[in-house]
Each structure stands twice: as C-alpha cells, then as structure tokens.
Ligand binder design. Structure first.
Ligand code: CA
Length: 123
C-alpha cells in the first residue's frame, strides 16, 4: 500500500518540479554560452544570452538560432557555420565580428551599425 501511494506522489512531485528544473537548466546553458563566448562576443550578445533573447522569442519558444542549438544537442560551436536566421551571414560571423543576433534576421547588420555609419563620415 505504501509503495502504491508513493509512485503517484513521486510522479506528481516530478511533474510539479519539471518546469522549474528545465528553467534552471536553461539558465545554466545561457551561463555556459556566455563563458564560451566571453572573450569574443560583444556585450550586446552576452546580455542577450543572459536575458534569453539570444535563443528565445518568448520563453519557451525558440528563435531559429535557439532551435538549431537545441537540434545540435546544445553544441553552439557546431552551428557557427550555419546561417540560422537566413540573413546571409553565418552565426559565427554574427557572433565573432558583426555583433548581431544570429537568431534575428532584422537585427542591425554591420553596414547599418553606428560604428560603420560613423566610419563613413570620418574618412
Ligand atoms: Ca545569420
């Protein structure tokens, strides 16, 4: 009798805790992404990782970059050669040099960034 009650109780408890444990796991993933790219990504991207907008449209919905990372088993280095948002620039280019969101095709491009515009007028 004791065992028959404990299994449903455990399942109920697990179902209650699952959303929280998933959220905590995702926070850990964002932290790891930040650590992996801390020396190469701009602060905008590091902040986007922290506030979840790097990979999510609205949690738990993911953007194309978040989906490809999930599909790759959270191997973000594997998806660097891909162009998740279809804007013509690889995820790696967006992260390492352009400082644009790899999951958002309408995030500013290098040619529309403030530093690029300033450079056009200082020549
Ligand atoms: Ca892209």
């Amino acid at each position: 009798m004791g065992k028959s009650l404990s299994v449903p109780m455990c399942l109920s408890l697990c179902m209650l805790l699952l959303p929280f444990s998933s959220a905590r796991a995702n926070e850990g993933i964002a932290d790891i992404w930040q650590l992996d790219y801390a020396d190469v990504a701009c602060s905008m991207l590091l902040n986007a990782a922290q506030n979840c907008s790097l990979c999510h449209t609205s949690v738990p919905e993911v953007n194309p970059y978040g989906q490809e990372i999930a599909d790759a088993g959270f191997g973000w280095f594997v998806v660097e050669p891909l162009d998740s948002d279809g804007d013509g620039r690889t995820n790696g280019e967006e992260i390492y040099s352009d400082c644009t969101l790899p999951g958002d095709a309408i995030s500013p491009t290098e040619t529309t960034s403030w530093s690029h515009i300033k450079a056009l007028y200082t020549k």
